[in-house]
Design a protein around this ligand. Sequence first.
Ligand SMILES: C[S@@+](CC[C@H](N)C(=O)[O-])C[C@H]1O[C@@H](n2cnc3c(N)ncnc32)[C@H](O)[C@@H]1O
Length: 199
Amino acid sequence: MNSEDKFAHKAKEYDALQRRLDTANAIAAKIKENINLTKETHIIDFGSGTGLLLEALSNDIAKVTAIDISPSMTSILREKELPCKLDIIELDLTKQDLDIQVDGIVTSMTMHHIKDIKTMLEKFAKMLKSGGFIAIADLESEDGTFHDTDTGVEHFGFENEDLKQLVQESGFKNCKIETVTKISKPHKDFNVFLLTAFK
Ligand SMILES: C[S@@+](CC[C@H](N)C(=O)[O-])C[C@H]1O[C@@H](n2cnc3c(N)ncnc32)[C@H](O)[C@@H]1O
């Protein structure tokens, strides 16, 4: 077990929680409503984890490049069979670059682990073909009680308008944000947004 792997304690049981599947499915449904995915589409899933989001999209695309820093989370994804091509790349995207060009980048529940959002958005823009899309799903601004273990949280969710501005400043157009679902925990509910925009 890698001592730097912040998800090592969660990975094996990650998919057992129905609310995580429900969240990924709700995000995927809203992505499909907003983005024209085809059997030619190659996407990156940033912070792919065990692959819950990409599984829900895999019937509608040609290929996914799954990027994740956590060996324990990617080891669960490696065991899955998908109806599209899958490349798994284990790396820290805040520290390394990936020299590929894709049609779209999806990311779910990962951006709150990223300190410098603007730099990451600019990195996304470099990996996208002209006209390519981003689809970012994460928590709306919360009070810090969503996480009960330390998985490296940098943001207590996001203010929609602040994130929208950063996205626009990073060169994206036609930015749209909407609440897609909520995650119910025993003490309260947490809203999840989907932001879509185009290069
Ligand atoms: C909360 S999980 C979400 C997993 C999946 N997207 C989902 O919705 O079920 C966040 C994932 O982001 C990954 N992650 C966090 N920081 C990262 C980084 N700098 N580079 C690559 N992956 C990262 C973690 O390892 C983890 O698997």
